[in-house]
Design a protein around this ligand. Structure first.
Ligand code: PLI
Length: 459
């Protein structure tokens, strides 16, 4: 493996957290106790925690210093003023409404924009995003390119929207039934796949033609900007900050989970240019989140986010972040482990269908694989397959997503390349004994977002 491709850590470590290392028997007991659901494990029982990159970022010394100058006033906190200005500068939108995290922004946007009977097209679903759309009476329509559902197809921009699918939807239901298009950058469940600038421009043009708005799920927008710099012609010499601003210029607004690309442990926001949508968002935010000058965040959280946004567009940071993920993917690929390709920005996704071909999708291969990886190596991962996809709200049947994956999600600035080696060794060891692995069945299935609290036992 050519290590010179992978940049060294662009930071020094000042504080460490010492994890527990349970033995195999301890891990078997822990996962059984957790109902074979990695969400329900105690963090203390996980040596390497790759459950999510959400809220798990290691903050910088400057962010921690910012935490000490929190202005915790109920109204008009100075940290809010700074955050608002920073978001306006880096994202380019006129208005910003703070929320406690991304789903708070999704709730506000869905309530404001959606009427029962509407359709919201998007480049693949995300769990909380689709939940809020459906809870407000809309039908989510997947308009991502077909190749995004194929774990083996190698494309530079596998998160792109298929404009023909948008055209077909407008033809079928009419533009007045489509309040907005939701364009996620990057696409989490497709494997962290980016969207090209060209595609964003095309979607904007299409939307303008039909009088439809476009909101971005900007959760991992900086990772997307890095892929554009690396892969899209004409952007090689453009700064990440400028790529990000150009991306956002094609949208009417965005929802943001600050817990990812804003580099903080909690927080989010909703942006828009439209004054009426802003007025409605300010009316609703006080009901669900808090005052329009904190929206569920403490003053110190907002200060840390403002600083995190400026750090997130630093080239050295984002290059190391994305390439470290690629390193893990490359190691697994070299050993023949089936993964979603190409490797995306925040995670390596194991292809559970090809990893455990002897299990049917009703035996929950990805959930099973995540549980066994924990037992094998003390590595916590996350199911992103049939359990996450949930049931159809009308028929009550499981959604059967083509992608049945286990996500090894890399927190920002937390782990080293050697940690990635340990993860790879664990996955490879498990792959060698994959034939002996049995599936799971539900013993408790929650009615909504079932992956969070569901419990299972071995078949
Ligand atoms: O977890 P929130 O509420 O701050 O954000 C929700 C959310 C919205 N969009 C996307 C693309 C996400 O990935 C997302 C949250 N993702 C989580 C928690 C994850 O583990 O991927």
């Amino acid at each position: 493996m050519d290590m010179s491709k992978y940049p060294a850590e662009p930071f020094r470590i000042k504080v460490v957290e010492v994890p527990n290392m349970l033995d195999r028997k301890g891990r078997e007991d822990a996962i059984k106790e957790a109902g074979y659901n990695t969400f329900l494990l105690n963090s203390e029982d996980c040596y390497i925690d790759l459950l999510t990159d959400s809220g798990t970022t290691a903050m910088s010394d400057k962010q921690w210093a910012g935490m000490m100058v929190g202005d915790e006033a109920y109204g008009g906190s100075r940290n809010w003023i700074r955050l608002q200005k920073t978001v306006q500068e880096y994202y380019g939108f006129k208005h910003v409404v703070p929320t406690h995290q991304g789903r708070g922004a999704e709730n506000l946007l869905s309530r404001i924009m959606i009427k029962p009977g509407d359709y919201v097209p998007g480049n693949m679903y995300f769990t909380t995003t689709r939940y809020h759309q459906e809870a407000n009476g809309a039908t989510f329509v997947d308009v991502i390119i077909d190749d995004a559902h194929d774990s083996t197809k190698i494309l530079d921009f596998k998160g792109n929207i298929d404009i023909k699918k948008l055209e077909a939807l407008v033809e079928k239901v009419g533009a007045d039934k489509i309040p907005y298009i939701c364009l996620a950058v990057t696409v989490n469940l497709a494997g962290g796949q980016p969207v090209s600038m060209e595609n964003m421009k095309e979607v904007r043009k299409f939307a303008d033609k039909h009088g439809i708005k476009v909101f971005s799920d900007a959760t991992r927008c900086v990772e997307n900007a890095y892929f554009i710099k690396k892969r899209e012609k004409g952007y090689e010499d453009v700064a990440i900050k400028d790529i990000l601003k150009e991306m956002m210029s094609y949208f009417d607004g965005c929802t943001m989970s600050g817990k990812k690309d804003c580099m903080v442990n909690i927080g989010g926001f909703l942006c828009m240019n439209d004054n009426d949508i802003f007025t409605k968002a300010r009316e609703l935010v006080v009901v669900f989140e808090g005052m329009p000058s904190y929206g569920g965040m403490a003053g110190r959280d907002m200060e840390a986010m403002a600083i995190g946004i400026t750090e997130s567009v630093d080239f050295n940071y984002i290059q190391h972040r994305v390439e470290q993920v690629a390193y893990l993917g490359e190691k697994l690929k070299e050993a023949g482990v089936p993964i979603v390709e190409p490797v995306g920005g925040h995670a390596v996704f194991l292809d559970a269908r090809r990893f455990l071909p002897h299990l049917t999708q009703d035996e929950f291969p990805a959930q099973t694989l995540a549980a066994h990886l924990y037992i094998e190596a003390g590595v916590r991962s996350m199911e992103r397959g049939i359990i996450s996809a949930g049931r159809d709200v009308i028929t009550g049947e499981h959604h059967y997503p083509k992608l049945e994956t286990v996500r090894l999600t890399i927190p920002r600035r937390v782990y080293t390349y050697k940690h990635m080696d340990v993860v790879a060794e664990g996955v490879i060891a498990l792959y060698k004994k994959r034939d002996s692995i049995r599936g799971l069945k539900f013993v408790y299935e929650p009615p909504m977002l079932r992956f969070f609290n569901g419990r299972f036992e071995l078949i």
